[in-house]
Design a protein. Structure first.
Ligand code: ADP
Length: 455
């Protein structure tokens, strides 16, 4: 068994669906196909829920369904009646959910999960019907039945043990070659729908690969694999033929959007090789990610993240107290705020770390609440959070042991005119990151690329 995942960029229009169907039908082994929503659908669903004006919201929804019905027609799906019936049912359901959301004083994240994952439901149903039309037997699998998850509802983490139990208890039809499953969605501990985080379909595919003990997982996207920089930012970026799980994990964590950061965990546990391939150039080999790799380059890639906030906590309280860090990070963990990097400092007087900008308000409020007494007593300085920051990272196995890598990295950033506000050297010895002002990111990114790869 093999698992293939197709992202929204591969399913942007009817030509994309035709192309994806061709790739699927060329597979020699029984396969599970996980799909994202078609391009821009998830953004439209977010906008639909944010739109308070009923007429405007309904127009957005009607447009979205019109586009999907148009896809059905363009693909010349003859048995379209039942598919249109399911689409209409889904549209009514979304209207009801919009009503409940806008007539309620509180936000129900389970309700939002159902709305935001509607795109995956539509694309997977459409693809399955198209495959039948082409004469290939396929089965639509509701991922919620087998992927069990816990944690924050919109960004849950799979419970692989519970999921494996559900998978083992579920009989799959033996006579079908292709199983088509919507990505992104799961069932939470409380039996309600939940999501696996934005762009979480890669993660869904990795979980399914883990559950069925797949021989391989293939992530099909709009570029030919993992490059040594984002090919949309650096046109001369070079393809990496192979890399280790650890390197891929580090790169994904530090912003290489080509794979979701949680994708590696489930396949790594079972040693399943992962390939990143281009839907628009399927003949190319792509990038292979496996337990170890033959590519011995010390610095494999540069990546970046924007919309970052840098938090600085300082004051005498930090020098005098055991467990201060535990209080800071415990407080953030209780509010489901993840720490992207922690800057090391030899002094105990201050702690500096980076979080996503969208978490900054909650972080400030919760830290102010947690340390109200210390702030009041001036044992801590006012909590300083700087928005509009970006992180540049270089990744590679063993790069930290390579003489001069850190200094070359930092000088390249400075030579682009950027001021380095924090530095973190991963304890995994796989990465070095620097925090800069977001406006200085692009020149710094180009300088770092030139320093390590363009010589
Ligand atoms: P999909 O729609 O298939 O899920 P995404 O748009 O989410 O695809 O991810 C693919 C994009 O990731 C590429 O188009 C590319 O711009 C971006 N990307 C960022 N860093 C890298 C990298 N190091 N290698 C390849 N692609 C990268």
């Amino acid at each position: 068994m093999k698992v293939l995942k197709f992202g929204g960029s591969s399913l942007a229009d009817s030509a994309g669906f035709r192309n994806v169907a061709q790739i699927i039908t060329a597979q020699q082994t029984r396969s599970i196909i996980t799909v994202s929503a078609t391009a821009t659908t998830t953004d439209t669903l977010h906008l639909f829920m944010e739109t308070k004006d009923q007429t405007a919201a309904m127009e957005l929804l009607a447009k979205l369904f019109k586009r999907h019905k148009q896809l059905v027609n363009e693909l010349s799906i003859k048995e379209s009646g039942s598919l249109f019936g399911r689409f209409e049912h889904m549209e009514l359901r979304l209207i009801n959910l919009w009503d409940s959301h806008h007539n309620s004083t509180s936000v129900d994240p389970h309700l939002l999960s159902e709305v935001f994952s509607a795109g995956e439901y539509l694309s997977s149903q459409l693809l399955q019907q198209y495959m039948s039309e082409l004469g290939f037997s396929s089965h639509w699998l509701d991922s919620r039945e087998v992927i069990k998850a816990s944690g924050p509802i919109l960004e849950s983490k799979a419970n692989l043990v519970a999921s494996q139990k559900a998978w083992n208890a579920m009989p799959l039809p033996s006579n079908v070659r292709f199983i088509i499953a919507p990505g992104f969605i799961a069932t939470h501990d409380n039996s309600q729908p939940c999501l696996l985080g934005r762009n979480g379909s890669d993660y869904s595919a990795a979980i399914l690969a883990h559950l069925c003990n797949a021989n391989a997982l293939e992530i099909w996207t709009d570029v030919s694999g993992i490059y040594n920089a984002d090919p949309k930012k650096i046109t001369q970026a070079k393809l990496i033929d192979n890399m280790s799980y650890r390197e891929a994990m580090e790169l994904a964590h530090h912003g290489a959007g080509v794979i979701h950061p949680k994708t590696i965990g489930p396949v790594r546990q079972k040693g399943i090789p992962l390939k990143v391939k281009n839907s628009f150039a399927p003949e190319q080999e792509g990038t292979v990610i496996a337990p170890s790799c033959s590519n011995r380059a010390k610095v494999k890639a540069v990546s970046s993240q924007h919309a970052i906030s840098l938090v600085n906590i300082s004051g005498s309280y930090l020098c005098d107290t055991y467990g201060a860090a535990e209080r800071i990070f415990g407080c953030l963990a209780r509010h489901h705020i993840s720490i992207i990097l922690i800057s090391q400092s030899s002094s105990e007087y201050s702690v500096c770390f980076a979080i996503r900008q969208q978490d900054a308000t909650v972080a400030k409020q919760s830290l102010q609440h947690e340390f109200a007494h210390e702030l009041d007593q001036h044992q801590l300085d006012p909590i300083d959070i700087r928005a509009n920051r970006a992180i540049i990272t270089i990744v590679g196995q063993g790069l930290i042991h390579e003489k001069g890598v850190s200094s070359k990295f930092l000088s390249a950033i400075s030579s682009g005119g950027a001021n380095i506000e924090a530095i973190a050297q991963g304890s995994s010895e796989l990465s070095i990151s620097a925090v800069v002002d977001q406006h200085q990111l692009l020149p710094a990114y180009h300088r770092v690329y030139a320093e390590f790869f363009d010589r």
